[in-house]
Design a protein around this ligand. Structure first.
Ligand SMILES: *[C@@H]1O[C@H](CO)[C@@H](O)[C@H](O)[C@H]1NC(C)=O
Ligand SMILES: *[C@@H]1O[C@H](CO)[C@@H](O)[C@H](O)[C@H]1NC(C)=O
Length: 372
């Protein structure tokens, strides 16, 4: 091969410097979103779950150290600071999105309907399959109900709503990650879980179709993380067989499930684009984004030796124990969260989310006619 180590390194550095610092150039014509509407789970919740009684309001996300890095207080974001949708909002020169359940919040520039712990499938459907949803019943369909309700407060006729929504950016997901977590941790087999994939993808596709039918013209639909790289899965499905791991030390079988989901989702989006040729439907590749962060960890400032170790956690190979959650008094926080990728075993640190968002926006912004 002609590429030696040194030229590889400079290639990586060029790539990084072309992504960073975060671009501040003015968006060109065409990129004039005046609102963002977000549906999803804890990857994008900015404060809904902690406003749900009785479980959400006493959840760990309502306590420090969640939010300690940026906000200095918990906001309901499942990280130490900002999350991806915050970076996307900033890139579009919009304020941070308020959560729908903050009743008196300002929704001039959009609403965040995402709820931590929520599922793509209805909780009644999951209950029929003997899967209990512990945190919230505010699944994707419930969030769509909230969206419809909210519409009544911002527009009066279908045409007026369509006109308004045409200038907004819609983020449908990530969602479905919890459906898989609950199934795995309630003892379902990988075969059975694979059989849920078409149902979950159908729900996401239906949600995208619904917002488009209301007038959305730009819809971003994220895929799944490489879940085999998350400490919650790495801990629960730890293996003594080296062949179970890939080159990034992630569990292959779980990553295969995520890829299977993502392939299904991308096929579904292709079909949607045919039905709605005048709508911009963009797939956000969270899978590759996190792999990129993991594979460039040292040059991005992450500590290589403890790459998969959780910052806010305790115990085991990954500093993670499902029974000792971040936010409990006995669970310590690492002194240097900006050198860690995983915040609490499920969710990432602000720093990791920032790099993921940078990576994603590099491909998404041109597709939605925005400058980077
Ligand atoms: C809501 O925010 C917008 C823009 O950020 C501002 O123009 C408007 O005055 C605010 N509304 C209220 C009621 O504070
Ligand atoms: C969800 O709904 C079921 C059925 O109505 C109920 O038993 C359960 O307590 C609810 N869960 C939460 C977290 O609200």
């Amino acid at each position: 091969m002609a590429i030696n180590k040194k030229s590889m390194l400079s290639l990586i550095l060029i790539l990084i410097s072309s992504l960073l610092p975060f671009p501040i150039s003015a968006p060109p014509k065409g990129c004039s979103f005046d609102a963002i509407y977000q549906l999803g789970d804890s990857i994008s919740d900015t404060g809904n779950l902690i406003r749900e009684a009785p479980i959400g309001s006493s959840s760990a996300f309502a306590r420090l150290p969640y939010g300690e890095a940026y906000f200095k207080k918990p906001t309901g974001r499942c990280s130490n600071g900002l999350i991806m949708v915050d970076f996307i909002a900033s890139a579009l020169h919009l304020p941070l999105l308020n959560p729908y359940l903050e009743g008196d919040a300002n929704f001039t520039h959009g609403v965040n309907f995402a709820v931590a712990g929520s599922t793509a499938l209805d909780t009644s459907f999951l209950a029929k399959n003997k899967i209990i949803v512990p945190l919230t019943n505010s699944s994707l369909s419930v969030q769509l109900g909230w969206f419809k309700h909210h519409l009544k407060s911002i527009c009066y006729t279908q045409t007026e709503c369509a006109h308004k929504l045409g200038r907004a950016l819609f983020l449908v997901g990530e969602i479905g990650g919890n459906d898989y977590i609950y199934a795995f941790f309630q003892g379902k087999s990988i075969g059975e879980i694979h059989s849920y994939v078409p149902h979950i993808v159908q729900k996401i596709k239906d949600a995208a179709r619904k917002v488009i039918d209301h007038g959305a013209k730009t819809v971003i639909v994220p895929g799944h993380f490489p879940i085999g790289c998350l400490p919650i899965y790495l801990t629960a499905f730890r293996s003594n067989d080296p062949a179970a791991y890939d080159e990034l030390k992630c569990l292959k079988g779980l990553n295969n499930l995520a890829m299977f989901h993502n392939n299904h989702l991308q096929r579904a989006l292709k079909q949607l684009r045919k039905v709605y040729p005048d709508v911009t439907i963009v797939y956000a590749d969270y899978y590759t984004a996190l792999q990129w962060v993991l594979s460039h960890a040292p040059s991005l400032g992450f500590e290589d030796k403890s790459l998969q170790k959780v910052c806010c956690g305790i115990g085991g190979d990954y500093n993670f124990d499902l029974t000792k959650e971040c936010g409990s008094p006995e669970v310590p926080v690492c002194p240097d969260p900006e050198t860690r990728i995983s915040w609490d075993g499920f969710h990432l640190t602000e720093k990791a989310y920032k790099y993921m968002a940078d990576f994603l926006m590099h491909s998404i912004m041109p597709e939605i006619q925005c400058a980077i």
